[in-house]
Design a protein around this ligand. Structure first.
Ligand code: NDP
Length: 287
């Protein structure tokens, strides 16, 4: 990478941010397309987030991604919000326009759906109920995307009931049914998609405490976590013959709109990029 006075800058604001694979991915694309740009990690503590985000345009950045724990806070800082970010209640991608105004969007749900469309092209969202575990920021993005894709019923399962109910109340869609944690296993019956959006199963966390016994064996099982790539949930789904989708594809797809807006070239999710990220995950001691 050769950084000059003309180099266009983008980055990711998070706290911590050292675990983010976004710099690896965006800099791979910048190099591939020979673009005079750079994408850098920006470790920003919550108390400095609003001020730092506002400074992006003054520092000449073309845009940024926002990751944990700032996605919700970014809503109140940007000058313009797209409809998806407003409904999800979180921003993950910010574009700076020529006058320095910040445009916030949320591409997580779109990244999830694009990845599913490629990984499981025969799955039809409108065919049968789907079940989703978790009610955090990532869950909200996937819930909105699945409802928009036309799922007839979405069973929302979360350990703490209040959080699931808050999602259902905020979105106000009658297809969204909250499920008690003790009822979680039965809620998988007849589903053709089961998504884990919790952080259970991430390296260093306990596995998700959920038996798949009621889930049809043809149902697609997706996990948003990608470290490890084959989470304990995906491993048990694979053993019983369910088709599985890991979280790495979503990570790649959610990044495409931001890169396109900032640098004017639309990248694709290639096997070479996935391979690079997989190798990085396998060799990394940074979590
Ligand atoms: P949040 O902290 O907002 O939410 C975490 C969720 O996990 C909550 O619903 C919480 O339940 C649940 N949870 C945590 N531990 C357990 C457990 N042991 N058993 C059951 N439920 C549990 O996190 P995010 O929504 O921001 O992120 C969730 C995951 O999604 C992370 O692993 C993240 O890396 C991944 N992600 C992946 C992306 C991708 O591109 N692939 C994009 C965004 C996120 P409760 O409410 O009861 O505490």
């Amino acid at each position: 990478m050769n950084i000059r006075g003309t180099t266009q800058l983008a980055g990711v604001l998070g706290w911590p941010v050292h675990h983010s694979r976004s710099p690896l991915m965006h800099n791979y694309w910048l190099e591939k397309f020979a673009i005079d740009g750079a994408y850098i990690p920006l470790p920003v503590a919550p108390e400095h987030f609003a001020e730092s985000l506002r400074c992006l345009s003054r520092l000449g950045f073309v845009g940024a991604n926002v990751t944990v724990p700032h996605k919700g806070a970014a809503l109140a800082v940007v000058d313009h919000l797209d409809d998806t970010a407003r409904r999800v209640g979180a921003v993950n991608t910010i574009t700076v326009d020529d006058s320095g105004e910040l445009y916030g969007s949320n591409t997580d749900g779109m990244g999830f759906m694009s990845n599913i469309a490629l990984a499981a092209p025969t799955w039809r969202p409108t065919a049968a109920p789907a079940a989703l575990v978790g009610a955090g920021g990532a869950a909200r993005a996937v819930v909105v995307a699945l409802l928009d894709a036309g799922v007839p019923e979405l069973r929302l399962i979360n350990r703490s009931r209040e959080r699931a109910e808050a999602v259902a109340q905020d979105l106000g869609d009658p297809r969204l049914k909250t499920i008690e944690w003790v009822e979680r296993e039965g809620a998988l019956s007849e589903a053709t998609l089961m998504v884990n959006t919790t952080s259970a199963g991430l390296e260093g966390n306990e596995p998700l405490d959920l038996s798949l016994s009621a889930l049809p064996t043809e149902a697609l099982v997706a996990d948003l976590s990608y470290d490890p790539l084959l989470t304990p949930l995906l491993e048990s789904a694979k053993v019983r013959g369910n088709p599985i989708v890991d979280g790495l594809g979503m990570l790649i797809h959610q990044a495409i709109p931001g890169f396109t807006a900032w640098f004017g070239v639309e990248p694709t999710a290639t096997a070479a990029l996935r391979d690079l990220l997989e190798r990085d995950l396998a060799s990394s001691t940074v979590r």
